[in-house]
Design a protein. Structure first.
Length: 390
């Protein structure tokens, strides 16, 4: 606690500080925003999910600014930073908390899926730091990036690449932007963050937590507030001599090799191994069976688009990003009764999918270019094992 040298009263360093939080709808970003707003800071919260941040903004109408931003778009990043600088007149700290994660390996990954993850987890951090650099330099501000303590791991090639790149970006920027301080916080698994968003049942979440605790030297999982405290520390004057540092807040997991898992793509990449309680898949499968199946004439039930894009996709992917077209069509069906017409529009035609056998026995692949041309973007990892339907 810092105190005034004459009065002895506590000084609130963050009062009226101007801070931009990227990925503010996530558990860590949201907690950071609330802590800083309660300390009197002016906080710009950027996220693709406006509903999640507007509830916070409503509590602090004179301090908070809510901005919708898709990190896959350079234009939206540019508009976001310009809007923040116009609203605040400057910037004292940039906190990058955004990120996506899904399992993939070299053999089964389409280049556009790899590019998408790198764009969100690494390229956007570079671009936003670039856009904010002059404003931060003027006030000798700071940047804190949220990275990961995960070691190299088979089947997580794009995610591990993005986080390794972010670590190096942090160190390079600490030299290029000085006196702007640039550091990163590397969390491990969080008890109240990542696992909660995995859509597993409560029983399976508890089982997963027990396994992860067993691999942790401290035999415990981290909490969101512990990550927030590390971020706040790096933004404060207490860290005035720290730059280029990656603070590991993972209970010591990075000191072990306990995160190593033998990678078997036939089990990891195929949706026949999707958890039975994966609610989103069941939601759309049930919707199809209830709304579409009864009105499709007998003998005219092709492999429907939803089945291919949901059931044959990488189950670990963020569905809100990867299957945006499904959400759009689902919303249409909620608003009108022309189910059959929409179904006809959604059906996968053979020429769209371009089904072909790979040299690898038993592996059927779907050409993403056909789906991109028809629906606007390809879905992640449409490879699946023939035995899925057996």
């Amino acid at each position: 606690m810092e105190v005034h040298e004459k009065t002895g009263q506590e000084l609130n360093y963050f009062a009226k500080k101007r801070i931009l939080i990227i990925g503010a709808a996530g558990a860590v970003g949201k907690a950071c925003a609330l802590w800083l707003l309660n300390k009197g800071a002016k906080v710009a919260m950027a996220s693709r999910k406006m509903k999640d941040i507007q509830s916070i903004g409503a509590q602090f109408p004179n301090q908070a600014v809510c901005i919708k931003c898709d990190l896959a778009s350079d234009e939206e990043q540019f508009d976001m930073v310009n809007g923040v600088l116009e609203a605040f007149g400057g910037l004292d700290a940039l906190i990058n908390c955004a990120g996506v994660i899904f399992e993939n390996d070299l053999e089964n990954t389409f280049p556009q899926d790899h590019d998408y993850l790198i764009d969100i987890n690494l390229r956007s951090f570079f671009h936003i730091s670039q856009l904010c650099s002059i404003a931060l330099y003027k006030c000798k501000g700071c940047i804190v990036n949220l990275t990961s303590s995960k070691p190299p791991q088979q089947g997580m090639i794009s995610y591990c690449m993005s986080k390794a790149g972010l670590d190096m970006l942090t160190k390079c920027l600490s030299m290029e932007l000085a006196p702007v301080r640039v550091n990163a916080v590397a969390p491990g698994f969080l008890a109240d963050g990542f696992l909660k968003s995995s859509m597993l049942s409560d029983e399976n979440v508890d089982r997963a937590k027990a396994r992860l605790r067993g691999k942790n030297p401290l035999k415990r999982l981290g909490r969101v507030d512990e990550i927030v405290k590390a971020i706040i520390f790096l933004c404060s004057p207490k860290a005035r001599n720290l730059t280029g540092q990656i603070i590991q807040v993972d209970g010591g997991v990075h000191c072990t090799n306990s995160s190593f898992i033998h990678w078997n793509p036939s089990t990891k990449m195929n949706s026949k191994f999707v958890p039975s309680d994966f609610k989103i898949i069941n939601k759309f499968a049930n919707w199809y069976n209830k709304k579409i199946s009864p009105i499709v004439p007998d003998g005219e039930k092709p492999k429907n688009w939803i089945d291919l894009t949901i059931r044959h996709s990488n189950w670990f992917t963020s569905l809100a990003d990867a299957h945006i077209k499904i959400y759009e069509n689902y919303d249409k069906l909620d608003s009108q009764e022309d189910y059959l017409g929409i179904f006809e529009d959604m059906k996968c035609k053979e020429e769209d999918l371009n089904l072909s056998y790979n040299p690898i026995p038993g592996r059927l692949s779907v050409n993403p270019e056909g789906l991109t041309e028809r629906y606007g973007r390809a879905t992640p990892n449409l490879s699946f094992d023939e035995s899925f339907n057996q």
